[in-house]
Design a protein. Structure first.
Length: 239
């Protein structure tokens, strides 16, 4: 396979370190890989999160990736990263050869977002602001200790929840998908609660394909990394 450029966009509260396994795999195959930290996350934890700032971050990474290979970047996003990648790609025509969107198949409805905001505000009042609860959930979802550490290594963005959930009320996932010309692979874990509307997302895409990973949860790239990596390489090869 000819070298291609890949942009990997991380999930909520995590950072670019969650992609270590995929980054190493892709680079071992000669591909160029970009793993930006979103505003308020990782190395940018002191910043406020905004959708506009996230779009700018993704655009900068896609632009750099496009300069490295012909045909544009291959854009990958998981959960928060998948929603933002969808929004970015649907705003206007982009130089994107293909997309893999994981764990982001359901429209973020305002009622659900407000309920989640309320719960996040309660957890933020814990003495550790919810860090122990977050780390427990990560280790429960990711049984491999090394992969769980990949999630935690870049720091946990405990202060972004309210900004993210408020801003997400502006997103129109299916509307964005309908405007994307590039092929889109939807990859969801069997036990992921965010895949409830995956069929509606698939129908909205102009050129979509759905892959459901048996036994995987929301963190599909870490709970079933072998299967996820095979799907990623296949999607990249066919793009």
């Amino acid at each position: 396979m000819e070298p291609k450029s890949v942009v990997l966009v991380h999930a909520l509260r995590t950072s670019s370190t969650m992609w270590r396994g995929q980054r190493e795999l892709l680079e071992s195959r000669g591909h160029h890989v970009h793993t930006p930290d979103l505003p308020g996350h990782g190395a940018r934890m002191g910043e406020r999160f905004t959708v506009a700032g996230a779009v700018e971050t993704i655009h900068d990474a896609v632009t750099r990736a496009d300069e490295e290979s012909d045909g544009g970047a291959f854009l990958v996003g998981l959960s928060l990263g998948g929603y933002l990648a969808t929004h970015y790609a649907g705003l206007e025509p982009r130089r994107i050869r293909g997309m893999l969107l994981a764990s982001c198949g359901t429209q973020p409805y305002r009622v659900a977002l407000e309920a989640w905001r309320l719960a996040a505000k309660v957890i933020a009042r814990f003495p550790d602001r919810g860090r122990a609860l977050n780390d427990f959930a990560v280790r429960l979802a990711v049984r491999d200790p090394e992969l769980a550490q990949d999630v935690l290594r870049g720091g946990i963005a405990l202060d972004v929840m309210d900004d993210v959930l408020r801003e997400f009320a502006t997103l129109d996932v299916r509307g964005s998908l309908a405007r994307i010309d590039a092929p889109v692979w939807f990859v969801n874990g069997q036990w992921d609660h965010f895949r409830i509307e995956e069929r509606r997302a698939l129908r909205a895409a102009r050129n979509g394909r759905l892959v459901r990973v048996v036994g995987a949860n929301h963190l599909v790239n870490l709970s079933r990394p072998g299967v996820f990596n095979r799907v990623l390489l296949t999607a990249l090869e066919q793009s």
